[in-house]
Design a protein around this ligand. Structure first.
Ligand code: TYD
Length: 153
């Protein structure tokens, strides 16, 4: 099973969308295996958005991510990285397709509700960035046998 990181950003916290985001993950059939609220310090933001540190808008991103705590979620499922990324929609909420989280709840590039890992390689790094091993839980979903076919497992 793959694991991926989802961050519920301050834009979702302030707009009362925590439940909406989690509901979509649950209804899709994905499993939450880790979840915590946390304040992001400068160090973790610099690391997490290292690919954007040199951009002129980086201070705005940092400010946005520190406006409130975020909720970090570890999500598990077969091909969970691409499944969650598809649920997320494209970066700019104005372009994201209706039906996606960003397409339904965002009209902004910056205030786009969630972060989700964009590759299997980054997902592994990002889950470790936000969770210690003992904060990820292993359990069997009661509806597992009705979520996947035996030959997919
Ligand atoms: P990025 O990693 O490119 O996108 P994604 O979140 O879809 O993986 O960018 C990280 C965040 O930085 C993005 O969610 C919102 C913010 N951002 C801006 O505010 N302006 C920009 O031009 C870009 C590219 C990103």
């Amino acid at each position: 099973m793959e694991q991926t990181l989802l961050l519920i950003k301050p834009s979702a916290i302030q707009r009362g969308l925590i439940g909406e985001v989690i509901t979509r993950i649950e209804k899709k059939g994905l499993k939450l295996t880790g979840m915590k609220m946390m304040n992001l310090d400068d160090a973790i933001i610099n690391e997490h958005y290292a690919h954007l540190v040199q951009k002129p808008f980086f201070p705005i991103i940092k400010n946005s991510m520190q406006a409130t705590p975020v909720i970090a979620c570890c999500i598990e499922g077969i091909e969970a990285v691409q499944v969650v990324r598809a649920l997320t929609g494209s970066t700019n909420g104005r372009n994201a397709l209706p039906g996606t989280i960003r397409g339904d709840f965002s009209v902004s590039v910056l205030e786009n509700i969630v972060h989700t890992s964009d590759s299997i390689e980054n997902a592994k790094i990002e889950v470790k960035r936000f969770f210690c091993d003992n904060e990820i839980f292993s359990y069997k979903s009661a509806n597992f046998d009705f979520t996947y076919s035996p030959d997919e497992i």
